[in-house]
Ligand binder design. Structure first.
Ligand code: HEM
Length: 134
């Protein structure tokens, strides 16, 4: 019969709505291609191989939007401001980070409402990561 029981709301997470892991994989991959080609921003990333950083950001974003909780299983509580404390995130770093993220979001060609929701979050989160004046 396939009836939905009364009182049951079938809910999809934002993660599922925008295409799941594949979407976040593409987003973060294009973002890191931008970082790799930006000498000033690239200099902030301590590891020679950007692959592990790409994995961490992808897993964080997947978890944030309702996907698998692998990030916290591997890394613990996000505490992102604290994790950025070793890096001087100033206005220029903030602007560069968001510029590469904007290009990556555009590549996804999401529905406008989803794109706006994702972008608003990224703008807000980037502002909250700034820890250095100038
Ligand atoms: C505002 C400009 C930002 C700059 C310049 C910046 C820079 C960095 C750098 C240099 C790292 C270390 C790379 C690594 O080893 O993982 C890092 C890590 C990370 N960043 Fe950012 N970041 C910014 C904003 C953000 C935002 C807005 C988010 C979330 C929406 C974010 C999420 C993360 C995550 C999840 C990690 C890995 C944390 C861990 O598990 O160790 N970052 N970031």
């Amino acid at each position: 019969m396939n009836e939905i029981p009364r009182g049951t709301v079938q809910q999809q997470t934002f993660y599922e709505l925008v295409g799941g892991e594949d979407t976040f994989r593409r987003l973060v991959h294009v973002f890191y291609q931008g970082v790799a080609a930006d000498p000033e921003l690239r200099a902030m990333y301590p590891e020679e191989d950007l692959g592990p950083a790409e994995d961490r950001l992808r897993l964080f974003l997947m978890q944030y939007w309702g996907g698998p909780r692998t990030y916290s299983e591997e890394r613990g509580h996000p505490r992102l401001r604290m994790r950025h404390a070793p890096f001087a995130v100033d206005r220029a770093a903030h602007d560069a980070w968001l510029r590469h993220m904007r290009a990556a979001v555009d590549e996804l060609a999401l529905e406008p409402a989803h794109e706006q929701q994702l972008w608003d979050y990224l703008v807000y989160a980037a502002a909250s990561m700034v820890n250095t004046p100038g």
